[in-house]
Design a protein around this ligand. Structure first.
Ligand code: AMP
Ligand code: SF4
Length: 481
């Protein structure tokens, strides 16, 4: 979902979100959704929400904050029903508005719908302008509300048909859940950029962003929602339709590297194992003389273990994470972000003092984390610091719902590897190659979006959106002083 406060914020990719939907008459669907969202909290910490239907009407409850801040026993008790969808939202600057929290709610002549979206459209502005011309008004600036409005405006043709019609017009990344009074529906973009899986809990169906959310409620993974597929779950069970012809598969490889949880499976591969293999490949490609290997918690840890196994250099925990601070990216300003890094990690001086260490992180985006981290490790007594990154240099911005910053802020788009090494203050720096990365996924390169590494965008990015990003980047620089 993408949101913003004015016309040119509106197409800025800001979030990868987490979604969870369940059709389970007779079960406590709001509690199960609460647990599911809990497992997806890493995908969004800014707001959380839920919509529940009892077969007659839809109730929505949403607010800013973590799942545990938004919901309690009392609010969950008011959310009784047979079907539920939930959403957790990720944030960046300028988008932390209540109106942008999800699910989005829309009414139409014969009923209403609630919608939860993970991903980012690239033609929001155009769609919104068209809808405005036909007299529609919007409460938020999010692309998710545009999707909901499009569906609602065609709902008299039947909700399934309205969704199919909508899929013809929206472009970009979308994994979406829709709740009506009687049905749970799901759609996924024709490239399958953001994940979406189907599970079963007894006879009941669940559709969610990651398989770890199925595990937490004791559900079994059945299959992925296919790219271009429309899934309809109702009284007669689950029905599937190819709504729009699937295009070249382009699952976001950043889900493998960083975003999704290590206990999630994508393309059938456990991400913990994939990340361990990334470390293993990295050790083959970029060996180094050192006394120990440490990982940057959490996503750098499996790769650090892999690097250690391949190189024979012992793995130790050199950094302890303060778990309840949240991700540095959710902090709105550069200043707070930088403090955030110190709040988040504490070095174990006794482990690293006078040692030559290999530090493994999953990615360098702006370079601030590595710079702060290395300064901290030197202060804690490390003798040499060899930075190894378990993905290639991030050179291109993401337009499909992951905040990887604007191109001007991407350090690898503006500096050589030597210059980055210098900037972050490491003794050496190496990145994993494309080949090594793809090999670790045990899948074909063709099945991924790798655009933030190679600029090869699976859905063409309109020029005006690229310009928008440049404007945002300028604006960001001026607010950062
Ligand atoms: P940076 O300081 O911009 O170089 O941030 C890089 C750090 O942020 C790495 O430690 C990553 O684990 C983490 N990271 C990478 N991509 C993202 C993202 N899209 N959202 C939040 N954190 C990220
Ligand atoms: Fe994922 Fe990068 Fe593609 Fe965005 S551009 S979808 S972060 S691989």
């Amino acid at each position: 979902m993408n949101s913003g406060i004015d016309c040119y914020h509106s197409d800025k990719p800001e979030e990868a979100c987490g979604i969870f939907g369940i059709y389970a008459p007779g079960e406590d669907v709001s509690k199960l959704t609460y647990f599911g969202l809990h497992a997806l909290q890493h995908r969004g910490q800014e707001s959380a929400g839920m919509a529940v239907s009892d077969n007659q009407s839809i109730i929505i409850y949403k607010d800013m904050g973590l799942i545990t801040q938004v919901f309690d026993e009392r609010s969950l008790a008011t959310l009784q029903g047979r079907i539920a969808i939930g959403h957790v939202r990720y944030s960046t600057t300028g988008s932390n508005h209540w109106e942008n929290a999800q699910p989005v709610y829309k009414t139409f002549s014969s009923g209403s719908l609630a919608l939860a979206h993970n991903g980012n459209l690239i033609n929001t502005q155009e769609l919104r302008n068209n809808l405005r011309k036909s007299g529609l008004r919007f409460r938020s600036t999010s692309d998710s509300e545009v999707i909901a409005s499009l569906i609602a405006s065609n709902a008299d043709k039947g909700i399934g048909n309205a969704i199919k019609e909508t899929m013809k017009h929206i472009r970009g990344a979308y994994s979406v859940l829709i709740l009506t009074e009687k049905q749970l529906l799901a759609m996924r973009d024709p490239h399958g950029i953001r994940p979406l899986v189907i599970g079963k809990l007894g006879d009941h169906f669940i559709i969610t962003s990651e398989s770890c959310a199925l595990d937490i409620v004791g559900a079994k993974y059945i299959r992925d929602v296919s790219p271009g597929e429309l899934v309809i779950i109702g009284e007669d069970g689950l029905r599937s339709e190819e709504s729009i012809r699937p295009d070249k598969l382009s699952l976001c490889i950043f889900e493998f590297i960083y975003f999704a949880r290590p206990d999630t499976k994508l393309y059938g591969k456990l991400l913990y194992n994939a990340r361990e293999s990334m470390g293993l490949e990295l050790a083959k490609e970029a060996p180094c003389e050192a006394d120990l290997v440490i990982g940057v918690p959490d996503s750098g840890i499996p790769s650090a273990i892999g690097y250690s196994q391949q190189s024979g250099i012992p793995y130790r925990e050199g950094l302890v994470k303060n778990r309840y601070i949240g991700r540095t990216f959710i902090q709105p300003t550069q200043v707070i972000r930088q403090t955030g890094i110190k709040l988040k990690l504490n070095p174990l001086s006794e482990v690293i003092r006078d040692k030559r260490i290999v530090v493994i992180d999953d990615s360098i985006v702006r370079g601030n984390t590595s710079k702060k981290l290395i300064a901290m490790l030197r202060e804690a007594g490390a003798k040499e610091i060899h930075m190894r990154i378990s993905s290639p240099p991030v050179k291109w911005p993401c337009f499909y719902g992951i905040d990887t910053a604007d191109q001007g802020q991407l350090i690898a788009a503006n500096k050589s590897i030597e210059e980055i090494c210098d900037f972050i203050g490491a003794d050496s720096l190496s990145y994993l190659s494309f080949e090594g990365l793809v090999k670790s996924t045990e899948n074909e390169r063709e099945n991924f979006c790798l655009a933030c590494f190679n600029g090869d965008y699976p859905v063409d990015i309109p020029e005006n959106l690229k310009i928008t990003k440049l404007m945002l980047e300028k604006e960001q620089r001026s607010t950062d002083g």
